[in-house]
Design a protein around this ligand. Structure first.
Ligand SMILES: Nc1nc2c(c(=O)[nH]1)N[C@H]1C(S)=C(S)[C@@H](COP(=O)(O)O)O[C@H]1N2
Ligand SMILES: [Mo]
Length: 442
């Protein structure tokens, strides 16, 4: 068994028929499927499942008509709209808030703040006072401990802006078989806004870095989901060389405006090319360590993958797990949306972005014949290191029918995206399988 990126044929057929799921079922199964059983609600076991899905018990459940899809889950409903975010974001979880951006909303070359995904491990801070905000630098490998208010940071150090892709290490997790626990990200835990701030390097050097420094670690102002003040939701970090790269920023702005609260207001770390879990939000403290940082979610199965490939579902000892560093080569089709219908004889220009962690993207190709042949795409250079690159390709379809457009990037070291979900790992990280969309020519 293997599964394709972003869904099976079944999902593809459903995407193709968009708003008409009954027609999709007919196409897929040759018959109509009872919509209630198809949607999985309101079988007798449904009450628990429904409570879990809406995130609350349903006091009037006994009055709920059979077959009703809770409004909280209906596509058009905005009950859980996240303030400051595009209503098209898909909310995966509301405690804590986690939301991804569907590919067709990632079409902008520079991701807007409204369309940047949200990934929270804990409960974000409330009542943030940016005037009173301080960042401290300390740790065994810091020559001195220093602390700056946000204003001091902005006044004392030179400002830099870079467009940088941030992608959750678990983006694409939904496709792993056997499944991995955690937020079931599909494709949209990624974005590439322009960040402005000061260089982490300049600020670390102002404290002084001792010879034995090997790693940094961050601490944010969010609190643990359990409510236990002694527990830290997440505290990750990177090797000192990565921290000292010129693009590593302490950022207070996204596309020239304040960070949204959900994305770390008023200050966050941005480290290019590595899992976004390294980009600490609501940043209060950086520690310079003389050993690999051992904060929350640095060990065990968190943001680590088997050092050597394992069979799907294998048990892997913690000692055989290695920290994820550069993210792998990947691409998205951001136009058209899967399920596009075009007239026979018309051309279709497909487009999207590609990125490759610490590397750049060297080539981009698309296929309309399930990978039998590939067509080279136009590909732009990155505006700076760690920014995603735009690609496009005009397509001609030979006749009416059902097609899939598959997109595949190659990085600067010659590595290609795989067609199938690669490298099963216990927590479902690093799925960089090709994105594909359905297109019907009528
Ligand atoms: N303080 C803090 N920083 C954090 C997190 C968090 O939960 N708390 N989540 C991390 C993870 S796992 C990811 S993928 C990115 C997500 O950044 P975003 O929510 O701005 O998209 O933030 C990282 N920084
Ligand atoms: Mo993440």
């Amino acid at each position: 068994m293997f599964s394709f990126a972003y869904g099976s044929i079944e999902k593809g057929i459903h995407a193709l028929y968009g708003d008409d799921p009954e027609a999709a079922d007919k196409a897929l199964w040759g018959r109509e499927v009872d919509p209630v059983s198809r949607r999985g609600f309101l079988k007798k076991s449904g009450l628990l499942a429904m409570s879990a899905a809406v995130g609350a018990s349903v006091p009037f459940a006994e009055y709920m008509p059979g077959g009703l899809i809770p409004a909280a889950l209906a596509q058009s409903d905005e009950a859980f709209r996240i303030p400051g975010k595009d209503p098209g974001l898909i909310v995966l979880n509301d405690r804590p808030v986690n939301a991804e951006t569907p590919p067709w909303l990632l079409d902008d070359a520079v991701t807007t703040a409204e369309r940047l995904f949200v990934r929270n491990n804990g409960i974000p801070p409330g009542n943030i006072d940016s005037d009173a905000w301080t960042l401290s630098i300390e740790g065994e490998a810091a020559r001195s401990s220093v602390s700056y208010t946000l204003k001091e940071l902005q006044e004392r150090f030179q400002h830099y802006s870079y467009q940088m892709t941030i992608e959750c290490g678990g983006n694409g997790r939904a496709e792993f078989v056997p499944p991995a626990k955690g937020n079931q990200w599909r494709l949209g835990a990624v974005g590439c806004p322009r960040w402005t701030g000061v260089r982490l390097r300049d600020v670390l050097e102002s404290a002084g870095i001792t010879e034995d420094a090997v790693y940094i670690g961050y601490y944010g102002d969010d609190s643990h989901i359990s409510g236990d003040p002694k527990k830290v939701p997440i505290s990750r970090g990177v090797p000192i060389e990565k921290a000292l790269q010129k693009e590593s920023l302490l950022a207070w702005a996204i596309n020239g405006a304040d960070l949204p609260v959900m994305n770390g207001y008023p200050l966050r770390l941005v480290i290019g090319g590595w899992p976004a879990s390294n980009c600490g939000k609501w940043l209060k403290k950086i520690v310079i360590r003389n050993k690999i940082h051992d904060g929350a979610k640095m060990g065990g199965y968190s943001y680590r993958v088997p050092c050597h490939p394992v069979a799907p579902g294998a048990e892997v000892a913690e000692t055989d797990m290695c920290i994820i560093e550069s993210m792998p080569v990947k691409s998205l089709i951001t136009y058209p949306r899967s399920g596009a219908i075009i007239e026979a004889g018309r051309t279709l220009t497909v487009r999207g972005h590609a990125w490759a962690g610490d590397r750049s993207v060297a080539a981009m190709a698309v296929s309309i014949d399930f990978g039998a042949t590939w067509q080279k795409c136009a590909l732009k250079h990155a505006v700076n290191r760690f920014a995603w690159q735009q690609w496009s390709r005009e397509l001609h379809f030979p006749g009416r029918g059902y097609y899939e457009v598959w997109a595949r990037a190659t990085d600067s070291m010659g590595r290609l995206q795989p067609m199938v979900v690669p490298g099963w790992n216990p927590k479902g990280y690093l799925n960089n399988a090709c994105h594909r969309i359905a297109v019907k020519v009528v």
